[in-house]
Design a protein around this ligand. Structure first.
Ligand code: SF4
Length: 644
C-alpha cells in the first residue's frame, strides 16, 4: 500500500476553484470542506484524534475520503447506514478516483445478513419452504442470481422484492454461521470478502458491522474487518446507540426456533431418530417457557424477582432439553455441521443466561415482547469505557464526524458518552446554507402542553392546517407510534394528498414514493428523524410533534438515569437534554438538504418556549428564522407558491 504519495497534500488546490473538482458540473467552492480535509489529514497523519462537526452541505465525505486515500495505511470508514455506505461506494469513491487519477483499492463491507450463505442456500434449495405462494415465484430468479453472483451481495438484485421473506433463511448472518466447520468455507462470499478487505487501502463499513466486529472479535462468526489503526466514524452521533446494542447481548425465541429448524433440516431422514426426538422435546420446552411471557407488546427491565419459582422451573426444563439436544448432536459422529450447530446453541445459551442472571456488572437486563417474538437481552449502561478499551486505546488516529456533534456549541456531551480521549481536537465547520432565508422555524406561542389530554387533537388540527398551506410535501415526525397513528388517521380524508405511513412498506420504498409523488405527506417515528435525505421541493415542511426526549420508562434510559444519579450527576442536564438536543437537530435537519431547498420546520412542543431548557435546545439548532406567528408560515408558503 505504500507509494509515492505527497507527504502533505494540497487540499486547497485539489478542492479549490482551479482544481480537478471544479471541473464537475455540481461544483461549488466550499472553504469549510478544505479546512476539514486539512484537519482530517492532520489527525490521521500525525496519529491524533479529531472531532469534526460539519454542517449539512460541507461536503464532508470528500473531506475525509481524500485524506484517508493519501495515507499509506489502511483506513476504515464507518457510516451510519447501508444507504450512506452505498453512496460512498457508488458516488464519492469513484469521484475520488477521478480526482486522484489512480485506481483505488477500496472495498465495501456490509453486515453479514446482506450476503448469501452458500451453505443455507443449498439446504433451502433442496427443501424450500415459503410463507406464501407468491414468495415461491421468486425462487428461480434468486437461483439464477445465486449461480452468477461473485459477491453474494443482495444489493445486486434487480426486480426482486427488497423484503423477500425467505432471504432470512439463506443469508449469511453470524448467529447461524458454521464458521470454519462449514463445508463451503473456502467458497463462502463472506470469507472471500474478508480476504479482499485485507488488501484494501480504504474499507467502507457501517456502524452495525464495526461494533459487531469489535464486540465479537475472537469469536467464530466475527473478524469481518481486517486489522486497522485508523478510523473515520461518520454520523458519529449514532455511535452510542449502535455500540450499546452490539456490546449487549440478546437471545430470542425466534433465534432458538430457527436453530431448532436448522438442526432438524440438517439431519432429516432415517438414522437421526434420537436427535430429532431431542429437538422436538426442546421445541416443546421452548414453547412452554416463552409462552409464559407472550401477550401484550412491551419492553421492561428484568428485576431479580422476575425469576419466580414457576419461571425458574420452566427455564430449568428448557435447559435440560437443550442439553439433551446438544448431546444428541455431538453424538452425530462429529460431523462439521453438528459441531457448528452446537457452537451456535452455546452462543445462544450464553446470551440467554447472561440476560436472565442478574448481576451488578454495569449491564441492564430487559425483556421485549414484539408480536410472537420474545427477546431477553442485556445492554451496557455506559459504552464510553468499553469504547475506550476496545476501540480508542488501540487506534493510532481517528476522526469522528457528523452534522450534529455539539450541544449549545460544546462537544462535552459526545466526549463523555463515547469515552473519547481528552487529547482529541475539535473543529466546527458551519453549514454553507443560508438558513435564515431558506428556512422558517415555527413554534406557536400558545398550544396545549404535550402531557395534556387536548394535545393530540390540537396537533391533528394544526398538522392538517399546515399540510394544506404547504400543499402536502411534508414529513410529520412523531415521537411515538401512538402519535404517528393518530396523526395519520386524522389526515386521511381531511387533506387531498397521498398519506404515507412508516411501517406500511420498507423505508427505502416509502421514500421513493414520497419523492416521486411530489405532494405526499409522510408520517413516521424516530427512525425517520435522521439519515433521511430528500432534496428539492418534494419536502418543504417538517413537523415535529414533540421534543424527542428518550422514553424514561425504557429499561436502558431508566438505568442510565439511575447510574448518573448515583454518580452525583444531574441526569436531565447530563443525558436526557443533550440527547434530545442532538435528535432535535437531526429532525429539523431533514428540511434543508441543498443550497436551493426552502421550507418550514414546525414544532408543537410548547416546552421549547416555556421551559428554561428550551433556550439550550433552540441554541443548538441551525440559524433558521424563528417565529411564533402562523401568519409568517402562511406568508412563507404564499410567496413560495407565487414564485412557481
Ligand atoms: S461459512 Fe458461514 S456464511 Fe459462509 S457459507 Fe458457511 S455457514 Fe454460510
Amino acid at each position: 500500500m505504500k507509494g509515492p504519495r505527497p507527504r502533505d497534500p494540497d487540499f486547497a488546490a485539489l478542492l479549490g476553484p482551479q482544481g480537478p473538482l471544479a471541473k464537475q458540473s455540481f461544483y461549488e467552492h466550499r472553504p469549510g470542506q478544505v479546512a476539514m480535509a486539512q484537519a482530517v489529514w492532520g489527525a490521521l497523519r500525525h496519529e491524533s484524534f479529531l472531532l469534526a462537526e460539519a454542517g449539512t452541505g460541507t461536503g464532508k465525505s470528500l473531506a475525509y475520503l481524500l485524506p484517508a486515500l493519501h495515507l499509506d495505511r489502511r483506513v476504515v470508514v464507518s457510516t451510519g447506514t447501508k444507504a450512506l455506505q452505498e453512496q460512498l461506494a457508488r458516488k464519492d469513491l469513484p469521484l475520488c478516483e477521478k480526482l486522484l487519477g489512480r485506481p483505488l483499492r477500496a472495498v465495501t463491507v456490509k453486515g453479514r445478513a446482506n450476503y448469501l450463505c452458500l451453505y443455507y442456500w443449498r439446504l433451502f434449495k433442496a427443501q424450500p419452504l415459503f410463507s406464501s405462494p407468491q414468495e415461491g415465484r421468486h425462487l428461480a430468479a434468486v437461483a439464477s442470481w445465486a449461480e452468477e453472483t461473485r459477491t453474494g451481495d443482495k444489493a445486486e438484485w434487480e426486480g426482486l422484492p427488497e423484503d423477500l421473506p425467505f432471504w432470512r433463511d439463506i443469508n449469511a448472518r453470524g448467529e447461524r454461521c458454521l464458521g470454519s466447520h462449514c463445508p463451503l468455507y473456502e467458497e463462502c462470499h463472506v470469507v472471500l470478502l474478508r480476504r479482499q478487505a485485507e488488501a484494501a487501502e480504504v474499507v467502507v463499513t457501517n456502524h452495525h458491522l464495526l461494533f459487531a466486529d469489535l464486540a465479537l472479535k475472537n469469536r467464530w462468526d466475527a473478524a469481518a474487518l481486517p486489522a486497522y489503526a485508523h478510523l473515520v466514524l461518520d454520523e458519529a452521533h449514532e455511535a452510542e446507540d449502535t455500540a450499546t446494542s452490539f456490546f449487549g447481548t440478546s437471545a430470542s425465541k425466534r433465534m432458538l426456533q430457527e436453530w431448532l429448524g436448522d438442526a432438524a433440516k440438517a439431519f432429516k431422514g432415517e438414522g437421526h431418530g434420537p436427535l430429532l426426538g431431542a429437538l422436538a422435546d426442546a421445541g416443546q420446552a421452548s414453547q412452554f417457557f416463552f409462552g409464559r411471557f407472550e401477550g401484550q407488546e412491551r419492553r421492561e427491565s428484568l428485576r431479580p424477582e422476575f425469576m419466580s419459582p414457576d419461571v425458574q422451573a420452566l427455564r430449568d426444563r428448557l435447559g435440560m432439553r437443550l442439553d439433551s439436544a446438544a448431546l444428541a448432536l455431538e453424538s452425530e459422529k462429529g460431523t462439521e455441521e453438528a459441531l457448528g450447530l452446537v457452537e451456535r446453541l452455546d452462543a445462544w445459551r450464553e446470551a440467554f443466561d447472561f440476560a436472565l442472571d442478574a448481576g451488578e456488572d454495569g449491564y441492564v437486563r430487559w425483556m421485549e415482547v414484539r408480536g410472537k417474538n420474545v427477546v431477553f437481552g442485556s445492554s451496557p449502561i455506559e459504552v464510553g469505557p468499553i469504547l475506550q478499551d476496545h476501540l480508542f486505546s488501540r487506534l493510532n488516529g481517528a476522526v469522528l464526524t457528523s452534522a450534529t456533534l455539539t450541544v449549545g456549541g460544546s462537544f462535552g456531551y459526545l466526549r463523555g458518552r463515547l469515552g473519547i480521549p481528552a487529547r482529541a481536537e475539535e473543529l466546527r465547520v458551519p453549514s454553507p446554507f443560508d438558513y435564515a432565508s431558506q428556512g422558517l422555524f415555527y413554534v406557536p406561542s400558545r398550544f396545549p402542553d404535550p402531557s395534556s389530554e387536548d394535545f393530540q387533537e390540537a396537533l391533528a388540527q394544526a398538522v392538517t392546517e399546515l399540510v394544506c398551506l404547504s400543499r402536502g410535501r411534508a414529513f410529520v415526525l412523531c415521537t411515538s407510534v401512538r402519535s404517528m397513528n393518530a396523526v395519520a388517521e386524522a389526515l386521511e380524508g381531511r387533506v387531498p394528498y397521498p398519506i404515507l405511513v412508516q411501517g406500511d412498506e420498507p423505508k427505502g420504498l416509502l421514500l421513493d414514493r414520497f419523492r416521486k409523488a411530489g405532494n405526499a405527506v409522510l408520517v413516521a417515528t424516530v427512525s425517520f428523524w435522521q439519515g433521511v435525505d430528500v432534496q428539492g421541493e418534494a419536502l418543504s415542511l417538517v413537523i415535529l410533534d414533540k421534543l424527542p426526549f428518550a422514553v424514561p420508562s425504557d429499561p436502558l434510559t431508566q438505568a442510565r438515569i439511575e447510574h448518573l444519579r448515583k454518580a452525583g450527576e444531574d441526569p436531565f442536564n447530563a443525558y436526557q437534554l443533550p440527547s434530545a438536543a442532538i435528535l432535535l437537530q437531526q429532525g429539523a435537519g431533514r428540511l434543508i438538504r441543498s443550497a436551493k431547498d426552502r421550507g418550514v420546520v414546525a414544532c408543537f412542543d410548547i416546552r421549547l418556549r416555556r421551559r428554561g431548557y428550551g433556550k439550550t435546545l433552540l441554541k443548538s439548532l441551525p440559524p433558521f428564522t424563528f417565529t411564533d406567528a402562523l401568519d409568517d408560515v402562511e406568508a412563507f408558503f404564499a410567496q413560495e407558491n407565487a414564485g412557481e
